[in-house]
Write a protein that binds this ligand. Sequence first.
Ligand code: HEC
Ligand code: HEC
Ligand code: HEC
Ligand code: HEC
Length: 454
Amino acid sequence: MNMRGIRPALVAAMLVGFLGLAATSVLGLPKIDAEQIEPVVNCGCHSALLEDWGRSMHAKALVDPVYRLKLDEANKATDGALGPFCEACHAPIAVMGGLSGKDPAAMPPQAAQGVICAFCHQVTGTTEPIGNTSQTFEADRVYKAQYDDANSPYHETAFSGFHMTAEFCGSCHNVDHPSDPNLHLEATYTEWKNGPYAKEGIVCQDCHMTPGPGVVKPYPGTAAAGGPQRDHIYLMTFAGGNVGLGDAVLAEERLKAAATLDISAPEILAGGEKAQIEVTITNSGAGHYLPTGLTEVRQMWLEVTAKGEGDEEEEIGRRVFGTVLEDAAGNSPVELWDAVAIASDDRIPPKESVSEKYEFEMPEGEEVELVATLYYRSCSEEMAEEAGVEIPTTTMATVQQVVYASADARAQGSDVDGTGGGGNNVLLVIAGGGLLLIIAGLVAGVARRKSREN
Ligand code: HEC
Ligand code: HEC
Ligand code: HEC
Ligand code: HEC
């Protein structure tokens, strides 16, 4: 088929879809007057929660330079039709208030501040299917959350069981193609729903609205100045994997708690001999696939290297995990507005493992150090540069093993470093690192709690 022929027709068909979508109310959210909604201000009651939120990606969802870059591209490719779709999740007050497409600097603060307190706390429920802003919303200034005894002199409160569910998050953290509901571009909620954490009753909030990685529960404290002591409070941290633009400390802790690595290689291999080595990555800490979300942009990759005595480090294997989008002519990778299908998806489901085999030839010499490392970066260096931001690479996990050329070399090696040979060292190192992380997490948690109490 002639690719040049199909593209204009396809783009035209998709534009009709996008425009139709933009014309009907964007994705079920009501029309409101933005001025009715309270902007985020320091009310003096929830200062700690406000600081946490301020460091989160929710506070930057509309002004985030990486988002602005993709938004501009999406608008250029679709004559501006896609903008309101994007903004419904990135700045819901702007879309409901009819301000979409405006420069954030010209918007009132409640619209420009992205995913704000007064949006989330006036959500009343959701329609099915979950995703593409399926939530219902009422601008009634009755702020809803998990307590049935909250009492504020400043605004009304009400109990909402819905805020305790993953569906609350899923209404934005499931993104379907705007003109093809069967094309699931981001499916964090669905990945969670079909995985083991949903069965255990562990929700998004338990891992992402906490002071550290993993499930931190109970976390006692007060949710407002002068409010009662609670057995458990959630924090508005919403930390994920973005160490460049989000809360760097919390994001790095989460990335380091997400995966474990194992390496299996012979302990002794004579020079010139070949062996199969196997590296296993386990998604041990994420409640969804690894990576998740915007996975055509996120980068997670495994690198395996070998280093002989006095040699340069040599790469013996590399694998990238993610999704690749495909257009109607079968080209890939393509941008999401051109996508009609997901060409490939090799990510790791929660609590599952993926193993990679590599062939390795023992060089001449006494020993070789094999190292496997898993890296993560929120987007490519090119994209970060284009957006004018710095997005560092994070080491999620690393593991090493020494392969000796002979039993003698091995005995000598273990004499020299005095810790006994082979794989056991590695386990010790990792267990030690894990323990340090846990201790660091506890210390940080206590420090934060202290600062909250003061
Ligand atoms: C992305 C949505 C979202 C945003 C933004 C958000 N919250 Fe929350 N908030 C929640 C959810 C969900 C809960 C309840 C979690 C649960 O019970 O599982 C909650 C709980 C609370 C509570 C109850 C006490 C506690 O800490 O658990 C307070 C108070 C609160 N939020 C205030 C705020 C303030 C102030 C802001 C803005 C600075 C804010 N929230 C921003 C979703 C949000
Ligand atoms: C109104 C839509 C909306 C709701 C509701 C929402 N989010 Fe988000 N969330 C977003 C958007 C948009 C971003 C991305 C902002 C950006 O990177 O520019 C985001 C980013 C995040 C991130 C950071 C990702 C990273 O790369 O570090 C986490 C974690 C997160 N959300 C968790 C949650 C949790 C947990 C809930 C439910 C309590 C929730 N969100 C509810 C829209 C929403
Ligand atoms: C068992 C804990 C756990 C649960 C439950 C969980 N997550 Fe996560 N999440 C993590 C960890 C760890 C990471 C960091 C690794 C990564 O990026 O995937 C993460 C990353 C993320 C990110 C950033 C992904 C990226 O690379 O941009 C988002 C967004 C997110 N989670 C949203 C959610 C939502 C929404 C839910 C509920 C439907 C949820 N999470 C449930 C642990 C959890
Ligand atoms: C249904 C809700 C929803 C819609 C619609 C949506 N997004 Fe997002 N977007 C999110 C969520 C949730 C995240 C965070 C996911 C993650 O961390 O991987 C996100 C993250 C992003 C990021 C990553 C930002 C960063 O700093 O890493 C970019 C870029 C982005 N979106 C662009 C767009 C564009 C462009 C559109 C319109 C074509 C769009 N989004 C439409 C929910 C949405």
